[in-house]
Every structure is written in structure tokens, then in C-alpha cells.
Write a protein that binds this ligand. Sequence first.
Ligand SMILES: NC(=O)c1ccc[n+]([C@@H]2O[C@H](COP(=O)([O-])OP(=O)(O)OC[C@H]3O[C@@H](n4cnc5c(N)ncnc54)[C@H](OP(=O)(O)O)[C@@H]3O)[C@@H](O)[C@H]2O)c1
Length: 279
Amino acid sequence: MTMTTYNQISVPSFLYGTAWKKDATARLVQLAIESGFSAIDTANQLIHYQEALVGEALQSLAHRGVPREALFLQTKFTSADGQDHRTPYDPRADLTTQVKQSLDSSLQHLRTDYLDSYVLHAPFSRRGLGAADWEVWAAMEDLYKSAKTKMIGVSNITAAQLALLCEEAQVKPMMVQNRCFAVTAWDRQVRELCQEHGSIYQGFSLLTANPDVLAASQVRAIAARQGATPAQVVFRFAMQVGMLPLTGTSSQEHMIEDLAAERITLSADEVELIETIAL
Ligand SMILES: NC(=O)c1ccc[n+]([C@@H]2O[C@H](COP(=O)([O-])OP(=O)(O)OC[C@H]3O[C@@H](n4cnc5c(N)ncnc54)[C@H](OP(=O)(O)O)[C@@H]3O)[C@@H](O)[C@H]2O)c1
């Protein structure tokens, strides 16, 4: 199954996330692709990600017959305050230059000449959008227009900020990636805005941010009825409400289990119960 953005780009229905994999990154990316994932999320931010090791895995996969075009690659521009001393661009340069240098460095790490999706890791502003946010977004728009990336998107954004971005941007984000908590009806306001604007909502920490949901007797009952695990119920719920979920599992058993979530179908009542379980 794939999802489609407003600019008609197809995106696979599950993303494999590579944060915190350290030296195991290359091995786990290969394992994820061999297990059935075709979409990879990373970032040019050495504190949490090893983007160059993702590239190493992609090169091995290419040698074994998995071409670049068969994969969906997404990476992020992380501002200097989200980096340590290993900033992958000149932190003294203007923001437009930083974004371009970071993308070029990502292309080098990933051994490719284009990205499927390029993401602003987080707005600079906590509320609203300031001059720095608009400058970075304009630089991302330029990269999209020059075809270095098929999509641009934003992460860690509030509903108010997203509404503003969609209203004022020349190129609206094609995707949004947020941590997804059940207590906010699974980020419903942001999801609704994405739906309105034809953007894909990517949810991360679906399991780790919602341990109470996984342990809830109602979710366990749904899992038992479906012959599934609570993790699969949460991932399938995410898909049925229109999200593109991420998983960051390090286990092949869980990779296979997470992908198999797509094979179950929750009833409308089950979806509604999970959507409102923490409200
Ligand atoms: N934009 C951002 O700021 C941002 C921030 C955080 C993350 N992300 C992205 O999102 C990705 C995923 O992050 P995440 O926070 O969702 O995941 P995560 O923290 O990497 O962890 C997933 C957790 O769920 C467990 N798990 C996965 N499948 C399971 C299953 N079927 N049964 C039981 N446990 C299962 C994993 O354990 P096992 O390893 O034992 O399976 C792991 O503990 C990251 O790798 C990164 O790409 C983005």
C-alpha cells in the first residue's frame, strides 16, 4: 500500500527510523530492507543518527540488486542548536547556505543525487514562525524546485505553526513528522490540517509515547480478537486514521511483526475506541 502527497508523490505505508542505532545502523538498515521495508528515515545530525552508515547500507544493498529507485529516502536539516561540534555545514554561514550545505552533505552520505523527502527537523520558534523559520523554509522550497528532493516537510511542529506555514508558504509541506501521543487524540489537530492540505502525517514514538495504551485492557482485547499484538493494533490504527507510522525497532522479529500490521483490519468501533482511549 502507498500514500500520495498533494504533488502526486507515492510514499510507502511504513517508515523504518534509524535514530539511536549508532554503529548498528548499517546492519539494521539492511535487515529492515530485507525484511520488507522500503522507506528509511534519517537525519544529518550525528548526536542521534548515523546518516553515513545508512549510505553504507544502501551501497551494499545496491550491490545486491536493490536499486536506489526502489527505496524512499528521507533525511532532515537540523539547525546548529540541535547539533554538537560535528555540525555538517558551516554554522557561521547564513541559514540559506546552511540548508544547502546540509543537503549536499546528506546526498554524499547517502550516496545518491536526490532525496525523496527533505525535512526541517524543527522550527526555530516555539510559538509562531519567525524570520529564521521563513528563511530556512524558503531555502527548502528552492531545493524542491531544483528537484534535489521530491518532497519537503517539517517535524516537531504545532497545529498553529502548521496552519501558518500552509497559509503563507510558496510550497506547502508535503509531509509532517510528529511525536504522536494518545492524550492529544493522537495529534488530531495536526493530522486534520495535513488531511486538509494533502500532506502526509508521519507519526513517531507511537509505541514508546503510549505505554498505557499498549497495556490497556481494551487494546489487549482488540489484539486478542484480531489475533494480533497490541503493537500491531496501534500501528494498524495509525494507518487506518491516515497516518504513515515509523518504527525504530532493532529486532527482525519486530520488523516483520510491525509490517504485518497492515494485514489486519480494525472495525470503525475499534478505531474510534483507540482514537479516544486517552481523552
Ligand atoms: N523528527 C524527530 O524529531 C524524531 C524524533 C524521534 C524519532 N524520530 C524518528 O522516528 C523513528 C522511530 O522512533 P520511535 O520513537 O517511534 O521508535 P524507537 O524509540 O526507536 O523505538 C521503538 C521501540 O518500540 C519497540 N518495538 C517496535 N516494534 C515492536 C513490537 N512489534 N513489539 C514490541 N516492541 C516493539 C522497540 O523495541 P525493539 O527494538 O526491541 O523492537 C523500541 O523499543 C526514529 O528512528 C527516527 O527515525 C524522529
